[in-house]
Design a protein around this ligand. Structure first.
Ligand SMILES: Cc1cc2nc3c(=O)[nH]c(=O)nc-3n(C[C@H](O)[C@H](O)[C@H](O)COP(=O)(O)O)c2cc1C
Length: 363
């Protein structure tokens, strides 16, 4: 009977040999050449497991080979998404606390171990020749109810191309991404000094493992261009001028209406800050979730300030990195979210015209 090979494994070629990675059981094996060779024979030659052969038996014992088909759950996407999701699911923990004291001991030990290493610092781009951000003013934000704001937020795809004031931009940046001085006094005394920054959104591990970049198109008193937002100083560090607003749609996969925005934000994950505390790739999920929280807060803050918002996860990563002068692979751009004045159209003008012509043919 031909053997079955576990479908939840992949091979990765490392300098010291071939590693077999069982991503469902979170196990890795550095294969001796004869084991790698034998697996290829099973893959190509319809071989049966020989019970008197040590290599075959080892592969069977480690559940890499079986005489019976391996159970497989349905997965609609490609293998890469499955490897990531299943590979970060049901992670084994060596010490599983069973009561409150044990949990506190485990958690505290992890925190102490972490803070022995130096934290990767936040990015700092020295501010160039730009207008400083005015002090945030929260009178407009305070006058809107949460419910009004939640109802008002919607993704729009037509904007009026009216400039936004620097004051409004400052208010939104601070409310969405600034380290809130208002919260400083509330931080627990046990939290180390360099982990005491808090935003209006939660952040995985309290690490604020994200960087914020402004793409300014139409903001009074601010050149069109890219800037890094420093959440501690509430200031902008100039990166580069943008002459042509069409640069933005070309980065955003042709979504032409993005050129009508007053400004946009690229949110980047700082994986090195995540790695500092969380060694397992499951924390990649936390990076994505961090960005989602920040994006929603930005959209609500912008809505409360009378703007409409639009967002996109579709962009040319490497080109965006160049524009933002991101040189480290430990920092990766994950989302774009923009704002501007709008009458609230959720369909872009060109699609609207096209759909009007096709009206009679639409199902
Ligand atoms: C992660 C994410 C990525 C998105 N990417 C795009 C995009 O590339 N282009 C676009 O026009 N809308 C994009 N959207 C907006 C959705 O289409 C929109 O939120 C959805 O249609 C619901 O409408 P609403 O936001 O008005 O409630 C994205 C939304 C999310 C949450």
């Amino acid at each position: 009977m031909p053997a079955h090979i576990n479908p939840n494994v992949f091979l990765i070629f490392q300098p010291d040999g071939v590693v077999l990675w069982d991503f469902e059981r979170h196990s890795q094996y550095l294969l001796a050449p004869e084991y790698a060779q034998r697996l290829l024979e099973f893959a190509y030659e319809n071989r049966a497991i020989a019970q008197d052969d040590k290599i075959d038996r080892d592969l069977q014992d480690q559940k890499i080979l079986s005489e019976h088909p391996f159970p497989q759950s349905e997965w609609g996407w490609d293998p890469l998404a499955r490897i990531f999701h299943v590979g970060t699911k049901d992670i084994r923990q060596d010490l599983m606390p069973t009561n409150d004291r044990e949990w506190a001991v485990c958690h505290t030990a992890l925190c102490i171990e972490t803070i022995k290493q130096e934290t990767p610092p936040f990015r700092h781009v020295p501010a160039g020749p730009i207008a400083p951000l005015p002090e945030p003013d929260f009178s407009t934000l305070s006058s809107k109810s949460l419910w009004q704001t939640l109802l008002g937020r919607r993704t729009c795809r037509q904007f009026r191309q009216e400039p936004v004031s620097l004051q409004t931009l400052s208010n939104i940046l601070y409310a969405s991404f600034g380290f809130l001085s208002e919260r400083e006094a509330q931080i627990n005394e046990f939290v180390p000094k360099y982990l005491r920054q808090r935003r209006s959104s939660p952040s995985g591990g309290g690490l604020n493992a994200t960087e914020i970049y402004l793409f300014s198109l139409q903001v009074h008193g601010l050149d069109a261009g890219t800037y890094h937002y420093d959440p501690a100083d509430h200031s902008l560090g100039f990166i580069r001028k943008i002459q042509d607003p069409k640069v933005l749609p070309s980065l955003l996969m042709g979504q032409y209406f993005s050129a009508e925005l007053a400004f946009g934000i690229f949110i980047a994950g700082r994986f090195d800050r995540m790695w500092w505390k969380y060694g397992h790739s499951r924390a990649y999920r936390v990076s994505l979730l961090d960005v989602g929280h920040l994006s929603q807060t930005f959209q609500l803050a912008s809505t409360a300030c009378g703007l409409k918002t639009w967002l996109s996860a579709a962009f040319k990563d490497s080109e965006v990195e160049k524009l933002l002068s991101i040189a480290s692979s430990a920092e990766q751009v994950l989302l774009f979210v923009g704002a501007g004045y709008s009458d609230g159209e959720d369909i872009d003008a060109a699609s609207h015209r096209l759909l009007s012509q096709l009206k009679d043919e639409l199902p």
